[in-house]
Write a protein that binds this ligand. Structure first.
Ligand code: ZN
Length: 245
């Protein structure tokens, strides 16, 4: 048994047994962030997605090679695009949380930028239905603009809420740690976090509440790639849109 399997079984075995005893199985979906153009790392990611039949939502920064991204969507039926900000530019004041939308931006400003991006995406045949704010910074003005444009939302950490607008589905398991440098989070840390989140869902009877895994193909070290393959080989991944309520 690989170390990853052993750690996962030891950390999650009892929790999964409790789920199975009630006839339920946890559901997962998958988002990958920060694509701008094809790359060797993106090819590796999409190969894994295809090999394991795992649908992936690629949060794409729409400021570079949209035609090349559209071509990838045409080649991979497991691939969906989401809009990852406008150009992933941090416009927040120094010292504050990073974010692309700031207090002086009006709803008209943000809405016009969304209009423009949707038009550019449409030119290459893409019509994404979801928006992923860079740095998970959901400014209230952005939230209003997304609702106006009927775009769904994905950030990090929350459970779904019936009737919430914009419709929102988050990720919960970030495979990487970011400070002081980007690296694999570690199998035990991920397994323990998954256990805690699954236990919350079990106690609430929220059997259909998915866990979202989050990857960043451009930043993966080899340990992250290996964990991702291990995880995909053992897990059924649901399409993002099939997780919406
Ligand atoms: Zn990002």
């Amino acid at each position: 048994m690989s170390v990853q399997r052993w750690v996962f079984a030891a950390a999650l075995g009892l929790e999964l047994h409790l789920w199975a005893r009630t006839g339920h199985r946890p559901s997962f979906w998958w988002r990958d962030d920060d694509a701008r153009r094809p790359s060797a790392a993106l090819t590796r990611l999409l190969d894994l997605s295809k090999r394991y039949g795992a649908p992936v939502t690629l949060a794409t920064v729409p400021d570079e090679d949209l035609a090349a991204i559209a071509a990838l969507v045409g080649q991979h039926e497991t691939l969906e695009i989401a809009i990852h900000g406008f150009c992933h530019e941090n416009r927040a004041k120094p010292g504050g949380p990073s974010g692309e939308i700031i207090d002086t931006d009006t709803l008209e400003d943000v809405s016009a930028r969304l209009d423009l991006i949707k038009r550019e995406l449409k030119k290459v045949g893409l019509a994404p239905t979801a928006f992923v704010p860079p740095w998970n910074n959901l400014h209230p003005t952005l939230e209003k603009a997304l609702e106006l444009h009927d775009l769904e939302l994905s950030c990090h950490g929350q459970m779904r809420q019936m009737g919430q607008r914009p419709v929102r589905i988050d990720t919960h398991l970030d495979l990487m740690r970011w400070k002081p440098t980007a690296r694999f989070r570690g199998t035990l840390r991920l397994a323990l976090r998954a256990r805690r989140l699954l236990a919350i869902r079990r106690r609430l009877g929220a059997w259909d509440e998915p866990l979202g895994i989050l990857t960043h193909h451009l930043d993966h070290d080899e340990a992250t790639w290996q964990f991702l393959e291990f995880f995909l080989s053992r897990t059924v991944i649901t399409r993002r849109r099939d997780c919406l309520i």
